[in-house]
Design a protein around this ligand. Structure first.
Ligand code: PEP
Ligand code: MN
Length: 336
């Protein structure tokens, strides 16, 4: 349920309403916007007399919300959420590009890539330390050592770092990480999501291989229900009947998620396509359709990459892609 508050409502009366709602076992969430002030109500509202609320002096109108996701719902929070990633802002008109290797392999590899993506205009550095691999015999990532290397790369380049968590027990290792990525395979690891809800770190939440947008939003709701609203929703391709690409890039999600939620939307054209040559056009399309950020895999030597080399851009290809993205960004759709 949302309560739309009258413009210039009396603050004392509004506070009384908030207290009364709490007394009814409802958690009121006040969202003060430039146009409207809204009280989002979470909890069982079935016993609440809506007509009683409607009759109050401070209340303009009351609406029941049908969707199961509340905190992440744009109806609860009409303004775009801007996620601050250690000073680099995503959403609400701020656009960023995260780039780097699929996996952190060694110091030289990471620093070479970090310097190059920064020079090309990337504003965050991605790199996996813990890698979710289909085969147990594939490179599993450097683990804690990989995080140390990312921190070193951040120290040198100033780029905030984005890296994936796979296990809730690893959380202490992520203390100095700027953005915690929840990968596609963990989108519904609810215990992990609950734990991340208690943190205040920005979370890059990737859509699962075969999950609906509603399921993605419900996963974000898990994090936000714990009090952490620093969430970026990431489309990274879904599994369809098509086999010519690794996944199918669902670009519809950009305007759709912007309509349904206030959270920023990130597009990953690397995992969505699985082919380096498809990444630049898909990055361009994602920029034009209004994505708030891109996350792109880049490698200094893709044929010898320890994971996802086929979809990784070379340093030069990334620079060209960035030049194109920069040209397109001012033309991007901004429908809400
Ligand atoms: C990755 O970003 O390298 C990754 C494993 O992504 P996803 O979870 O989208 O497959
Ligand atoms: Mn990868």
């Amino acid at each position: 349920m949302i309560i739309i508050v009258k413009n210039h409502a009396d603050k004392g009366q509004l506070d009384t309403l908030l207290q009364w709602l709490k007394g009814q076992g409802i958690q009121p969430n006040l969202s003060v916007g430039t146009q409207q002030t809204i009280v989002g109500c979470i909890g069982d509202v079935s016993h609440v007399d809506i007509d009683l609320i409607r009759a109050l002096d401070v209340v303009e109108s009351v609406q029941r919300i049908q969707e199961p996701y509340k905190n992440v719902n744009r109806k609860f929070h009409p303004a775009d959420t801007v996620v601050d990633c250690s000073g680099v802002k995503v959403g609400g008109g701020a656009f960023q590009v995260m780039a780097g290797p699929c996996a952190v392999e060694d110091e030289e590899q990471l620093l070479t890539i970090a310097r190059a993506v920064k020079a090309a205009g990337a504003t965050m550095l991605r790199g996996g330390a813990f890698k979710p691999r289909t085969s147990p015999y594939s490179f599993q990532g450097l683990g804690a050592e990989g995080i140390k290397l990312l921190l070193k790369a951040r120290q040198e380049t100033g780029l905030p770092i984005v890296t994936e968590i796979m296990n809730v027990q690893h959380l202490p290792l992520f203390e100095d990480v700027d953005v915690i990525q929840v990968g596609a395979r963990n989108m519904q690891n609810f215990e992990l999501l609950k734990e991340l809800g208690h943190s205040r770190k920005p979370i890059l939440l990737k859509r699962g291989l075969a999950n609906t947008l509603q399921e993605l939003l419900m996963s974000a709701e898990y994090i936000m229900a714990g009090g952490n609203s620093n969430i970026m929703l990431c489309e990274r391709g879904i599994r369809t009947f098509e086999t010519s690409t690794r996944n199918t890039l669902d670009l519809n999600v950009v305007p759709l998620l912007h309509r349904l939620s206030h959270l920023p939307v990130v597009i990953d054209p690397s995992h969505a396509t699985g082919h380096a040559w498809l990444v630049p056009p898909c990055a361009a399309a994602a920029t034009a359709i209004g994505a708030d950020a891109l996350i792109i895999e880049v490698h200094n030597d893709p044929p010898h990459a320890m994971s996802d080399g086929v979809q990784s851009l070379t340093l030069a290809q990334f620079a060209t892609t960035m030049a194109h993205v920069r040209q397109l960004r001012p033309l991007a759709c901004h429908d809400r």
